[in-house]
Each structure stands twice: as structure tokens, then as C-alpha cells.
Design a protein around this ligand. Structure first.
Ligand code: ADP
Ligand code: MG
Length: 209
């Protein structure tokens, strides 16, 4: 029987692994990349240079598992340049990217381009900020992915499943990566969105009527 799409077989796929901090996103990404290598697939892994906790040349989980990674500025054009430089893209089957929330929205067409080249693209990143806003390109990537894995962590207040990242303290910056004691996983009951005093007007919902 004639297939739609004139018989072309799409072997590429986009997988996104999301959830709050400490939910095991990096652990799961590392697990999938290690299994791909066992299957003799060629793997390229990236992480943004703003996430240099634990390791400069690897992605690392809070449980100390690691996988070699190239460090790039979280700029989709730079990532594209690295992937397509010197024919590298032809020597890669699986592309992993950790902390994808820090990339600009052009990572979305880049992921689609890679999937059309037949690549397996595995993206890990936070779905929401500490203010409970959707985080960067992640919601769109979830919509476009072949497979979405949404993990939960353990609430540090009550032990229930946690879907939120609680910012502790009073830092004003959006991106403060992983400093110990700055973030905690929290359930809905124990999460309080962190509102920056200087931006609170922008974050207020419009009143109706
Ligand atoms: P993520 O990339 O989502 O931030 P990691 O893969 O780096 O998560 O870390 C997951 C690991 O963190 C868990 O396997 C566990 O060892 C540890 N951990 C620390 N605090 C928590 C928590 N509150 N909930 C779940 N795991 C936690
Ligand atoms: Mg992580």
C-alpha cells in the first residue's frame, strides 16, 4: 500500500525530558545517551556554558553521573555552526542537549531540521521557572516532540511528588545556576512562586472588568 509522504521513512525523532530541578532530567538524558552508545550509535552531547557546576566537559546529574559534553554558548546559531562544521553532522546519529531552557527559540527549527536529517534529538530542560512561568523554548519543544517525558522530583517539605522549582533567598537574576541551597523541589501545596520585587507589576495578572 502506498504510504502518505511518498514512502519516505522518517527515522529521526525528538524526545524531551522535562520537569523541575532534581527530577532526574540529566540522569535520564545520560542513561539514554549511554544506551545509544551501547547500540553503537554515534552520540554528540552539548550543554550551555552557563551551567558549569561539577564539570566543564561533561553533563552531570545531582547524583554524580556524567557524560562527556561539548560546552557551547546557549545560542542556537553557535550550536548549529558546531554541528554542521567539518561534516560533523554526518558522523552523528544521536544529539543530546542538556539545560535546553537556556537556549533561544531558534533551537526549535534547529531541532526540526535535525529530525528531518534522520537524527534522534534528545533534549532535557526545565519546563517552568521559579516564578512558575513557561521556560524559554521548552513548552514549544514539548508540543513538537515525538515523545515527552515529564518527571517529578520529591518535595523537600513533605515528600510528595514535586513539579515545581522553589527559589530560596532573594536573588534578582533569572539565571542563577545550581548554587547549593538556592533551589528546592516542591509540590503544588508547598511551592510559592518567587516574585522579583522589581518585576512584580509585569507578573501581575490583568484584572477582568
Ligand atoms: P535534574 O537534571 O532534573 O536537575 P539530576 O538528574 O541532576 O536532576 O538529579 C537527580 C538526582 O538528584 C536524584 O536521583 C537524587 O539522587 C538527587 N536528588 C536530590 N534532591 C532531590 C529531590 N528533592 N527529589 C529527587 N531527587 C533528588
Ligand atoms: Mg540537570
Amino acid at each position: 500500500m502506498q504510504q502518505p509522504n511518498s514512502g519516505r521513512i522518517e527515522i529521526g525523532r525528538i524526545e524531551i525530558i522535562t520537569g523541575p530541578m532534581f527530577s532526574g532530567k540529566s540522569e535520564e538524558l545520560i542513561r539514554r545517551l549511554k544506551r545509544a552508545r551501547i547500540a553503537r550509535q554515534r552520540v554528540a552531547c552539548y550543554k550551555p556554558d552557563i551551567d558549569l557546576r561539577y564539570h566543564r566537559t561533561a553533563i552531570a546529574s545531582h547524583s554524580s553521573q556524567t557524560h562527556d559534553a561539548s560546552v557551547v554558548t546557549p545560542n542556537s546559531d553557535r550550536l548549529r555552526e558546531d554541528l554542521f562544521a567539518n561534516g560533523k553532522i554526518d558522523e552523528v546519529d544521536v544529539i543530546g542537549l542538556d539545560e535546553v531552557q537556556f537556549f533561544d527559540n531558534d533551537v526549535i527549527p534547529l531541532a526540526l531540521e535535525l529530525v528531518h536529517l534522520g537524527k534522534r534529538v534528545i533534549l532535557a530542560g526545565l519546563d517552568t521557572t521559579f516564578a512558575n512561568e513557561p521556560f524559554g523554548p521548552v513548552p514549544n519543544l514539548m508540543a513538537l516532540a515525538d515523545e515527552v517525558t515529564k518527571l517529578s522530583a520529591v518535595c523537600m517539605t513533605c515528600g510528595a511528588p514535586a513539579i515545581h522549582t522553589q527559589r530560596l533567598g532573594a536573588s534578582q537574576e533569572l539565571v542563577v545556576v545550581g548554587a547549593a541551597g538556592l533551589y528546592e523541589a516542591r509540590c503544588r501545596t508547598h511551592f510559592q512562586p518567587f516574585i522579583d520585587e522589581h518585576e512584580s507589576e509585569q507578573l501581575e495578572l490583568p484584572t477582568i472588568g
